[in-house]
Design a protein around this ligand. Sequence first.
Ligand code: SAM
Length: 278
Amino acid sequence: MSGTLYLCATPIGNLDDMTFRAVKILRGVDLIAAEDTRHTRKLLTHFDIHTPLIRYDEFSKVQQGEKILQELLSGKNIACVSDAGLPAISDPGADLVKLAINSGVKICPIPGANAALSALICSGLSTEKFSFIGFLPNSKKNRREVLEKFSDREESLIFYEAPHRLKKTLSELKEFFGDRNIVLARELTKIHEEFLRGKISEVEKNLSEPKGEFVIVVEGNKSDGEKKPVEENFLDVYKNLIAAGIDKKSAIRQTANNFNLNRREVYKAVVEFEEKNF
Ligand code: SAM
């Protein structure tokens, strides 16, 4: 009879967000698989938990995953924790879950704090439909592909970002999504918790030195419902962008964003214009 793999949430800042059940489970299991054992040791000490720890992180997950699986198959109960929040959400854990499921091991969630959903519920943006994107890829090409893919989506979009990349990411969001409403949720559940709301350009202005941890919630694309009046011919803007050396695809995207239009509409108008002026 194999043991159970518990996916155990830990606080994202405020230790009072540790649940009674999480403490009970972490005390009761045979082993805790932790992303950073030193970090988790401090949490365990705070809650008077003395269960042995084993490392399980991005770098060791292949080797350690097998080891943990063997322990589970031998009947041991194991809890997986990350440095903060829910394991397997932009954190290690997902591969361990797959490994365990493939071997018929029982999986059990121990819910609790999570940065993405905490930011979303306080954002004031639509919570009806949303997509969690997490961290954008590192490579410029892959980042642009993801941003392009989500630029037409109508649901709220949730991103994680490191403080040193925040300004760059906000500027990319503005380029691909237009000057939409966003909410920057900073240092959730901590002393300096703060929400910056407004158009991307306004939030950029109000953001001094980006310190701490951030979630960015972006309003979905509203271009179909609430079109801005087209007070100048958007084709002129498109032509100016082309004249400035911007490639056709980017010029169409920027024009659509500036006028809150659908990119297909702009593309159609450009094709018609080109046919007429050939
Ligand atoms: N597993 C975690 C969860 O369930 O939320 C996410 C871990 S991910 C490696 C870390 C990122 O989550 C940070 O870079 C930041 O974007 C976000 N984050 C974590 N804690 C946060 C907090 N207290 N306030 C704002 N964002 C936070």
